[in-house]
Design a protein around this ligand. Structure first.
Ligand code: CO
Length: 291
């Protein structure tokens, strides 16, 4: 009999503890948010592309709270000197935690899964281990990740540029490039451009293929005119100086010295609906993973 009573008491106590912990989880309300993370830019002209992306994300996920962070320390410092304070991903996440967010989908607005993405992933992983921190954090992939992303991106390049190219005219995209193993996404993307976008080439300002690597194809196809456009989220420093600048080492000057007529397009990929849609697709998945 004593044993029976002890058992009953034990069961009652366990149930009470169970209910209490259940009540506790229910008493903390869920607060969901989105953190958009870009390399960043200090060019006010370039920020229009990021504002466009912000609008597209708001349209796709009405009612979700959206915050921004810049991964580039150099750009954050430069902006701070101008009186504009932008958070690093760690600062933004710490603030979101303080503000009571429990579930956050972090979306990388980088182009490839390179150093900046690795750094962001490490930050997100670290925040998952902070006591009394978030209940759940997920990370959306950069623009180019899956086969379908590369296909969609090449089709979008075709839609935006190829159909407007004239006779003997080519598009040369300026990718960033990296010493990270994922630089292979750039020559890899050329494969997709070959399938979808006639006379469109990609080269890198800090990686491979180089601008000179495109000369063979340009000459072989009898190209006389080249359109230059950044294959970066914004048309910032690289696009304005290394690509379209008047400096003799800019891509525009080098191509002109080789006898090509050059036209530069200063619009980053975040400014186009088609590319925004790829990032938004990855964010949709990250939000879904929060559930
Ligand atoms: Co750079």
């Amino acid at each position: 009999m004593n044993k029976y009573i002890t058992k009953v008491i034990l069961v009652a106590v366990l149930q009470l503890v169970g209910w209490q912990s259940l009540a506790q989880t229910h008493s903390t309300p869920q607060k969901r948010g989105i953190l958009l993370v870009t390399f960043g830019t200090s060019y006010p002209e370039a920020q229009g592309s990021l504002l466009h992306l912000d609008e597209e994300v708001r349209k796709a996920f009405p009612g979700e709270e959206i915050r921004w962070a810049y991964t580039s320390k150099f750009i954050r410092r430069k902006l701070r000197k101008q009186g504009e304070v932008l958070d690093s991903p760690a600062e933004a996440l710490a603030e979101m935690s303080e503000d009571g967010f429990t579930h956050v989908a972090v979306q990388s607005l980088h182009i490839i899964p390179g150093d900046e993405f690795d750094y962001l992933k490490a930050t997100v992983d670290a925040f998952q281990h902070i006591p009394k921190g978030f209940k759940k954090l997920t990370l959306g992939k950069p623009l180019l990740f899956h086969h379908s992303d590369l296909n969609k991106a090449a089709e979008s390049i075709a839609d935006i540029y190829s159909k407007n190219l004239g006779e003997n005219e080519a598009l040369v995209l300026m990718g960033h490039g990296t010493t990270h193993a994922s630089n292979v996404f750039y020559p890899g993307f050329q494969y997709y451009l070959n399938q979808h976008a006639h006379n469109c080439f990609i080269a890198c300002v800090e990686g491979f293929p180089t601008l000179e690597d495109t000369f063979h194809a340009l000459n072989e196809r009898g190209i006389k005119r080249v359109r230059l456009a950044p294959f970066m989220s914004v048309a910032g420093d690289h696009a304005r100086n290394d690509m379209a600048g008047d400096d003799p080492e800019s891509w525009k000057s080098i191509l002109e010295a080789h006898g090509f007529q050059v036209e530069s397009i200063l619009k980053g990929m975040a400014g186009f609906d088609a590319f925004a849609a790829i990032w938004i697709d990855h964010l949709k998945k990250a939000l879904h993973e929060l559930e």
